[in-house]
Design a protein. Structure first.
Lengths: 313, 260
């Protein structure tokens, strides 16, 4: 339906006339001295289909609001009582208990055949996987949970899932403290090759960002995703070289694991920790490639859809 | 950058907004799978805005009147950049502060303090700016005692007061106000009305959606009347309010009970 013809062709001239005469009523034109300079930044909003918003501006807006993501992460940890002494104790105990349970399971299945480094391998893989899995689980709820804020304020929506990634990283850090004594007790090598952990950790964090953004956007369109997510994540964990060594697998199983984007990073992680050696260049290259695909794919998908969220919530 | 005439803070050029809404509560795989066999399409198209053109010069207070569902809140959300238009173009110059119907409470399990901080940071204020204004916000809302309690323990009036206070103290260039003049008790209604008037006097650009037609007459320089997403009229507030009330056969007094 078209608008009333005389309204849609309104050029403002007629109206401005009546108002100009009137604009002085009850008006103190002076701006108070404390008032900051008026911002002259122009925002333009136009129709879109699938494209991206102007990226330079988007990134600048997101960077300017980075405190929002860290603050949101802090408050969500606070709401889960992770800033109390017992809460932090739980942060340390929870991954340890999880590792023990899986250790018992595998010990039963294999009748105690694993070597001395196995528990360390299991722990490291589990904690690394939890970094990604925790970020995805939290992020899947982030956009729908931020509904009121999304309907009230314009801001880069990526900050919501990214705040979940920050939370997952904060929960991951204490598990490093748990792992270190286990590593040493198992007599695993300590040397300069451990510096390779830094790029692997960075890649894992970027991978977690991509997966988190993907899950957060998908949840808007498929609201029962977060109900399926625990099963998907469990399947993903069992299909990752965490409960077992990648090198122990049959040719057929290796081929299946090759489609898991996390396999190269987790296999490299285990290589570095177990053998104290630099990971294979080919495997690391594959890890970088999968991380780039996940990070860029998740980010671009989220940003291209986020302007649609307000009408979907 | 496209040029904006110097005096316009907000400019809408033939803006239309159409979206599809679903009858379902929420889109899930389960419901999609169940629907597949039946080939139903449970969506309805909503034309929330139809070719609205509007210019709001700096310092103007523009009132928006219209019945429920006329597109008033949608109009404010498009200006805030929350809902992109389906057609047309919107230009906004300056920092926008929104006081929309949902208020400040973004997570009711978090304390009032956390909600104020998160809302302000999301709106683009820095942590330092917020801390600097925090006392002013809390004192104006008269809620100092309860700022560390979760917002679910607040009454709706208290939450509304806090929301109003945050938006009013953000030092925005453009303020968008949706039905927020009637927050709290008589004391606060008077106080928020006075605050609105002082914001108007500081020559900020303000868009007010309100059913309190008396406030529209008193605060606004111009008013528009939206009817089913289209702009019916754009004129002096007295003329718009008179036309609107006579069109709908409303006694103005009925609507103004909420007003002071």
């Amino acid at each position: 339906m078209a608008a009333e013809p005389d309204q849609s062709t309104h050029d403002g001239a007629a109206v401005s006339g009546t108002v100009a005469a009137d604009a002085s009523r009850d008006r103190i034109p002076a701006r108070p001295a404390w008032r900051a300079e008026l911002s002259d930044e122009v925002s333009v909003y136009e129709p879109y289909r699938f494209g991206l918003p102007p990226l330079r501006r988007y990134l600048r807006d997101a960077w300017r609001r980075r405190d929002f993501a860290t603050e949101l992460s802090r408050t969500s940890l606070h709401a889960q009582h992770f800033d109390t002494a017992f809460g932090q104790l739980w942060l340390l105990l929870n991954p340890l208990l999880l590792a023990l349970i899986y250790f018992l399971l595998v010990d039963l299945l294999r009748a105690g055949q694993q070597g001395s480094g196995y528990f360390a391998h299991l722990m490291a893989g589990l904690f690394a996987f939890q970094l990604v899995g925790g970020a995805v689980t939290q992020a899947a709820k982030s956009v729908v949970a931020g509904q009121r804020l999304i309907l009230n304020t314009a801001f880069p929506r990526t900050l919501l899932p990214l705040s979940s990634v920050i939370t997952a990283i904060k929960r991951f850090l204490p598990s490093v403290l748990i792992y270190a004594p286990v590593h040493i007790a198992a007599g695993l090598p300590v040397g300069p090759a451990l510096l390779w952990l830094v790029p692997v950790a960075v890649l894992l964090a970027l991978f977690a960002c991509g997966a988190a953004l993907l899950a957060a956007a998908a949840q808007v369109y498929v609201r029962d995703l977060s109900s399926f997510l625990p099963y998907l994540l469990r399947l993903w964990l069992y299909g990752s070289p965490v409960l077992y060594y990648f090198s122990d697998l049959s040719q057929r199983s290796k081929a299946i694991l090759a489609i898991n984007p996390l396999t190269p990073l987790l296999a490299s992680l285990s290589d570095i920790l177990q053998n104290g050696a630099a990971p294979s260049v080919a495997v690391m290259a594959l890890g970088v490639a999968w991380t780039a695909v996940t990070f860029l794919g998740g980010t671009l998908f989220f940003i291209s859809r986020e302007r649609d969220f307000a009408v979907r919530l | 950058m496209p040029s904006v005439s110097d005096r316009h803070r907000v400019k809408l050029d033939h803006v239309s907004l159409t979206y599809e809404t679903s009858y379902e509560k929420a889109p899930t795989l389960r419901s999609t799978a169940r629907r597949l066999g039946r080939r139903e399409r449970l969506v309805r198209e909503i034309k929330a805005l139809k070719g609205v053109s509007l210019q709001v010069p700096e310092g103007m207070v523009l009132g928006v009147v219209g019945p429920n569902g006329a597109g008033k809140s949608t109009l404010l959300r498009t200006v805030a950049g929350i809902l992109p238009p389906t057609e047309g173009r919107i230009e906004v110059r300056g920092r926008v502060s929104t006081l929309l119907a949902l208020g400040v409470a973004f997570n009711r399990d978090l304390s009032g303090r956390d909600n104020v901080m998160l809302g302000g940071l999301a709106a683009g204020m820095s942590r330092a700016e917020l801390l600097q204004r925090y006392d002013e916000i809390v004192d104006w809302a008269e809620l100092r005692d309860v700022m560390d309690l979760p917002m679910r323990t607040y009454s709706s009036g208290m939450a509304g007061r806090l929301g109003f206070s945050v938006a009013a103290h953000m030092d925005p260039d453009i303020v968008l106000v949706d039905e927020a003049l009637s927050v709290g008790d008589a004391h606060f209604r008077r106080k928020s009305f006075a605050k609105m008037r002082s914001l108007c006097e500081e020559s900020r650009t303000i868009l007010i959606v309100s059913h309190a037609l008396g406030s529209i007459r008193e605060l606004c320089d111009q008013a528009i009347w939206l009817e089913k997403g289209a702009m019916e009229m754009w004129d002096h507030p007295d003329a718009v309010v008179d036309a609107y009330t006579s069109f709908h056969g409303i006694q103005e007094g009925e609507l103004d009970k909420e007003d002071i």
